[in-house]
Design a protein around this ligand. Structure first.
Ligand code: KPL
Length: 290
């Protein structure tokens, strides 16, 4: 059985572990837990998943080098987390990155250019009810593509169940599409303290969204991304996820750091590089704690 290592034991980490259906040895690498076996259940299927928890320091003692790694941390933790175990990575290690926004995945790919590094954009809806219960609330999709030259579809199929993702030779437009959605929705749900759907019914929030989308249109046009007018895309996602509280709203509500630097911050950086004015994004970035 293959050993699969997972960084990040939040809902996404649990979900990715569940995809292996116990056909692999699953190891969560955690900062503050000693090695121990544990189980959790996934609802509504009631599948039981068994795994171990291992601290980075224990990796060198009890484990061979890591060949398959899935990084499910928040964007701001991802690079630090990979660096903390870099001495344990095999020369042919394959790393799958599942972060919101952009910037963190590219930084990791730049740091380890010889490894096989993949980015995933996921629309799966999950939350942890407790440490032993994962709730799969919304069926979504996973889109995966390469970030380094060594990352190939046929290498990925040697360990990742092909039924759970769609492969893209060019993942960049997919990551951009999600970034556009997140930058026009997530910060506004924090500013207006509401679910995604309410951004359409509250006039102030809706007109704020339109100003963000006009800046995103200018950026998408310059990058030749076929996404403008982005307001149509953003409004349709607000409708289909109307009852969701965005991930940024939830982070803010629980007083956790937010991913604003990797969402709005990335848009601002790209606009600056291209000489595009983006006052609405700058204003939003100044209002949200990172
Ligand atoms: O991706 C999301 C998020 O909350 O981060 C959306 C699509 C906005 C759904 O809530």
């Amino acid at each position: 059985m293959q050993d699969i290592y997972i960084l990040g034991s939040g809902a996404m980490g649990y979900l990715w572990a569940s995809y292996f259906n116990n056909n692999a040895k699953l190891h969560f690498i955690t900062r503050n837990q000693t090695a121990e076996s544990f189980e959790f259940k996934k609802r509504p299927s009631l599948q039981t998943i068994s795994a171990t928890k291992t601290q980075p320091a224990q990796l060198s003692q009890n484990h061979s080098k890591i060949r398959f790694l899935i990084v499910c941390t928040k964007a701001f933790d991802a690079e630090k987390a990979v660096i903390s175990i870099e001495n344990n990575l095999a020369n042919d290690c394959q790393i799958l990155l599942i972060q919101n926004g952009m910037g963190s995945q590219q930084a990791i790919a730049k740091r380890y250019p010889s490894l096989s590094i993949y980015a995933c954009s996921s629309t799966e809806g999950v939350f942890k009810e407790s440490d032993n219960i994962l709730v799969h609330a919304g069926q979504g999709e996973n889109h995966i593509g390469p970030l380094t030259p060594a990352a190939k579809q046929n290498t990925l199929t040697t360990w990742l169940p092909p039924s759970i993702y769609t492969w893209h030779e060019n993942i960049s437009p997919i990551l951009w599409r999600k970034l556009v959605i997140n930058s026009a929705i997530n910060p506004l749900t924090v500013i207006y303290q509401c679910q995604n759907g309410k951004l359409l019914s509250r006039p102030a929030a809706h007109s704020h969204m339109k100003s963000l989308c006009l800046e995103l249109d200018a950026l998408c046009d310059r990058l030749n991304l076929n996404l403008a007018p982005t307001i149509n895309l953003v409004e349709s996602i607000c409708q289909s996820t109307a009852n969701n509280y965005s991930s940024m709203y939830q982070d803010h509500k629980h007083m956790r750091p937010t991913e604003i630097r990797y969402i709005t911050g990335y848009v601002i950086e790209e606009c600056k590089k291209l000489g595009i004015e983006c006052p609405a994004h700058e204003h939003v970035a100044a209002q949200i704690v990172s």
